[in-house]
Design a protein around this ligand. Structure first.
Ligand SMILES: [Zn+2]
Length: 445
């Protein structure tokens, strides 16, 4: 999908036909583009987003102080979701002080998915960065005009991504985010032979697994036309990746790039691609706020370079990541990041950092707990033992609950080498904690 705005400015000799020319732009080109865009985004945010103006005024910074990327990184104040929520609730401004209210520009109001609290409203214009990143991802995965796509309605916000599919000439088959829809998904897949699916979360893969086990339907036949499926909502464990692979369905993980747009992994499987013409990404120490060098763990900070309706400037995502700016084997030159988890989900047990992503593999490898449903119970930021609530499937018990408990306890305590307490519950109880696509992975009780 050609991005005409950028294409004529890029001195690219050749690029693969599954990428937009901007995706293979040189580092020098991207740096120059970001340098200019950071200056204009700063000025725009200050002018149109009252919260940004308040933050900058409070720090004694003016847009005219920002003349380069170096100025920006030295001076621009950070912004986070709590500040936006506080502004929204305190001032009665649904945009949380972030929206540039330009009459006629807002096409609809979406929301974030609400992973860390109540969903935040997101005004969207005619072509949002989220649509742009989604369209590029779909083109890379192989969706082409005339194709069908299975669309599982994820959150309200993703409505706009559906609109971009229409522009690309791709027809959607629509499904609710419900396990009960999976037989219908299989039937429609055999009739229309879609090339792609978005978005497939954990609970629906488990529902498909049960459907295939009960019905005897052949998953390889159901999914034979698919070039891939976007997976989102929660970390993707090895078991589900391998399971869907055995069905001939290749999963690509997708995540949010700090509420600025989406980010997906490519076939190289070495992190999520951040489109650096749409967003400027930084990695900081969450405590000192100092820049962290590429390759080291820090908090992802994102600044939109193009969104004029929600000009997030130096937005702290709360995600712990490592960034890699070396060119990727897929042909893209833009940065990739590995996602370790949310900073707010991190627990410290006897000084050891533990994130839900690290626990998943040790839970889903047992037949009774193959759904990977668990919660870390965090009573304090620093604790003396790791406390886990793990959901199991009653119908898959090999012997008894005590034996399963011992098996889980052995494996997890060996893996983390910290004191451990495991509580087993019926997995249906944990599923009730959804939104349907995910459950809270860290809880206070
Ligand atoms: Zn890549």
């Amino acid at each position: 999908m050609a991005n005409l705005l950028h294409a004529r400015d890029i001195n690219s000799q050749s690029y693969p036909d599954f990428l937009d020319p901007i995706e293979t732009a040189s580092r020098g080109y991207l740096d120059a583009l970001q340098e200019g865009a950071l200056v204009s985004t700063s000025a725009h945010g200050y002018r149109y987003a009252p919260l940004i103006r308040e933050l900058w005024d409070g720090s004694g910074i003016k847009p005219s102080d920002i003349r380069s990327k170096a100025d920006f990184q030295e001076k621009a104040p950070f912004l986070d979701k709590d500040m936006i929520r506080a502004y929204r609730d305190g001032r009665g401004d649904p945009s949380g002080g972030m929206s540039a209210a330009v009459p006629g520009e807002t096409v609809y109001i979406g929301t974030t998915s609400g992973t860390t609290g109540d969903p935040t409203p997101v005004p969207c214009g005619r072509r949002s960065p989220s649509e742009e990143s989604f369209a590029r991802d779909q083109w890379y995965f192989g969706a082409r005009p005339g194709d069908y796509m299975a669309w599982i309605m994820f959150t309200f916000r993703t409505g706009h991504r559906r609109r971009i599919m229409g522009e690309m000439g791709i027809a959607e088959l629509l499904f609710s985010m419900s396990p009960a829809e999976m037989p219908r998904l299989c039937e429609a897949s055999r009739i229309y032979r879609p090339t792609f699916m978005s978005i497939m979360p954990n609970p629906l893969i488990l529902a498909l697994e049960q459907h295939f086990e009960r019905s005897g339907e052949d998953p390889v036949d159901v999914f034979k036309s698919y070039k891939g499926a976007l997976f989102g909502g929660e970390p993707l464990g090895e078991r589900l990746r391998n399971l869907t692979k055995s069905w001939g369905l290749e999963l690509f993980e997708n995540t949010a790039l700090g509420d600025v747009c989406g980010a997906s992994e490519c076939r190289m499987r070495n992190g999520f691609h951040a489109y650096e013409d749409l967003a400027f990404i930084e990695c900081i120490d969450p405590v000192t706020l100092e820049q962290v060098p590429d390759g080291q763990i820090g908090e992802l900070v994102v600044t939109t370079l193009v969104d004029r309706l929600t000009p997030l400037v130096r937005y702290r995502s709360g995600d712990l990541v490592t960034i890699d700016r070396s060119p990727c084997g897929c042909g893209r030159t833009h940065a990739r990041f590995k996602l370790l988890g949310r900073a707010s989900d991190q627990v410290l047990v006897k000084g050891r950092s533990i994130l839900p992503r690290e626990v998943l593999g040790h839970v889903e490898c047992h037949s009774e707990t193959r759904a990977g449903l668990f919660q870390i119970i965090r009573t304090d930021r620093e604790m003396d033992e790791l406390a886990l609530r793990i959901g199991y499937d009653l119908t898959r018990l090999k012997t008894d609950v005590a034996e399963l408990h011992a098996r889980l306890h052995d494996r997890i305590s060996t893996a983390f080498d910290v004191p451990l307490r495991v509580e087993l519950v019926d997995e249906q109880e944990l599923l009730k904690l959804g939104p349907p696509h995910k459950i809270p992975r860290v809880t206070k009780q």
